[in-house]
Design a protein around this ligand. Structure first.
Ligand SMILES: O=P(O)(O)OC[C@H]1O[C@](O)(CO)[C@@H](O)[C@@H]1O
Length: 246
């Protein structure tokens, strides 16, 4: 794991955007794996700025997202379809038909999971996968206990995840209880992974990532098994780490 410790959220977002832009310039037909949540929002703002001011085009890029809430219509303001449209896609020259997310209201959840994994295999491998990390070590929505060989599946969200994501909803009751997420194995199929973590509230999770053994109890630890992970972390999130893992 290549670890870049930066000063703050803005530095993390800028460096992440440089890496994404380099990938897109090198291969204008890149497949990008995208994440939602607070973490990548600064990256997305920088990508939008790069499109507007630095001539970076996403016209031939394809994107595939990690996850979607189960039961939410894609037009629901808190669906990840809406999140991606509002925070990124509508500001770029990307073609919407080249953007993929799981369908949260599929008639058959099992079939949707199989369809999505097959889609990932058909268009992939993802050249560059963006990841955030939950305070309990989740990546995508792979909560603690998710096995390493998991493919796209439906998962019951941890109470801690629902509580933390309640900030985007009017009340905790409105936060869906389940989601469709790529599995750990699906994520590890990517050529390169860019893990972004910022803020004091993630410091304990970063310490676990850096110091604890690889285990299902902390899903992000499986990233140590991938050979090309860049981990950009800010000082607030890194400050509890005592021993840097090799
Ligand atoms: O960036 P946040 O909002 O702290 O969330 C952490 C992670 O949890 C998720 O929201 C779950 O999908 C990820 O997209 C995100 O990377």
């Amino acid at each position: 794991m290549n670890i870049e410790i930066v000063e703050n959220y803005d530095e993390m977002s800028k460096l992440a955007a440089e890496i994404v832009e380099k990938q897109v310039v090198k291969n204008p037909r890149s497949i990008l794996g995208l994440a939602t949540g607070s973490t990548p929002m600064g990256l997305y703002s920088n990508m939008i700025e790069g499109f507007k001011n630095r001539g970076i085009s996403y016209k031939q890029v394809r994107t595939i997202n990690l996850d979607e809430y189960l039961g939410l219509n894609r037009n629901h303001p808190n669906s990840y379809h809406s999140f991606m449209h509002e925070n990124l896609f509508k500001h770029l020259d990307i073609q919407m038909r080249n953007t993929y997310l799981p369908e949260g209201q599929a008639a058959s959840v099992d079939e949707e999971c199989m369809r999505y994994e097959a889609l990932l295999d058909r268009i992939g491998p993802v050249h560059l996968q963006i990841l955030g990390m939950g305070t309990n070590g989740h990546i995508g929505f792979n909560e603690p206990g998710t096995p390493e060989d998991s493919l796209t599946h439906c998962i019951e969200l941890d109470e801690s995840t629902r509580n933390s994501n309640a900030r985007f909803f009017d009340s905790l009751d409105e936060v869906p209880t389940h989601a469709i997420t790529m599995g750990i194995e699906s994520i590890l199929k990517s050529d390169k992974i860019l893990l972004l973590v910022s803020g004091k509230e993630k410091a304990q999770a970063v310490k676990m990532l850096m110091e604890e053994p690889i285990s299902e109890d902390f899903p992000a630890s499986f990233l140590w098994k991938h050979e090309d992970v860049t981990f950009i972390v800010d000082q607030d999130a890194y400050h509890l780490v005592e021993t840097e893992r090799q």
